[in-house]
Design a protein around this ligand. Sequence first.
Ligand SMILES: Nc1ncnc2c1ncn2[C@@H]1O[C@H](COP(=O)(O)OP(=O)(O)OP(=O)(O)O)[C@@H](O)[C@H]1O
Ligand SMILES: [Mg+2]
Length: 233
Amino acid sequence: MTALAVANLTVSYGDVVAVRDVSFAFDAGEVFVLLGANGAGKTSILRCISGLVPARSGTTVSGERSLNGLSPHEVARAGISHVPEGRRIFPNLSVEENLTVSFIPRGSDRGTVLAAVYKLFPRLAERRRQFGGTLSGGEQQMLAIGRALMNSPALLMLDEPSLGLSPVLADLVFERLAAINAQGTTILLVEQNATCLELATHGVILQNGRVLLAGDRAALQDSDFVRRAYLGI
Ligand SMILES: Nc1ncnc2c1ncn2[C@@H]1O[C@H](COP(=O)(O)OP(=O)(O)OP(=O)(O)O)[C@@H](O)[C@H]1O
Ligand SMILES: [Mg+2]
């Protein structure tokens, strides 16, 4: 089943066209990657899917359901969670409060979902009474992901979760995403960091708001663009 289909999407801010006629689709169970440099339009695509910015033209469809025109809350209720760029956790709430305020009932009860998040991220369980703002960068990223999981999403979208993390911590985040995917959650991962391709089933490379290349993991890893721009070859 198609988890998400984006067709001919264009997003603009006044005269600035951030995303030009972008199309891609992926099936339930995949880890689909949007890879691109600064300003490629990655965040704009996620924000448009989430209902945070309108599309100028084009469609976004999840399963059988059109997402066009839905509010961010309606998109979340449809089972799509968004971990935003920069994490945006609540600094003055405890770790546990950050998680519980983000709960959306979609089957399982709150305690069950919380326990599953703590199982994935034992560090968050250890720090459950600590203020969000006092966590390290890596812990804050785990909290941001944990918060998105409180919606029991079918599709988890993440905007550069490795940004600002050491390579070791970035690998830890990618390893947890693989575990989340193995439990049945489809992932749409936005990154500049090409090491995320290890996780990918398929993806696209974006440049200046356009799709430069689409393909499976091997095709993306072997592309001249990735070899030159990301791996320094
Ligand atoms: N609110 C806005 N108003 C005007 N222009 C914007 C706005 N948000 C983004 N843009 C422009 O749209 C283009 C794409 O931005 P976007 O944030 O989607 O890129 P990105 O791929 O996420 O970049 P980064 O890797 O730096 O986060 C950029 O040229 C940016 O300046
Ligand atoms: Mg961005």
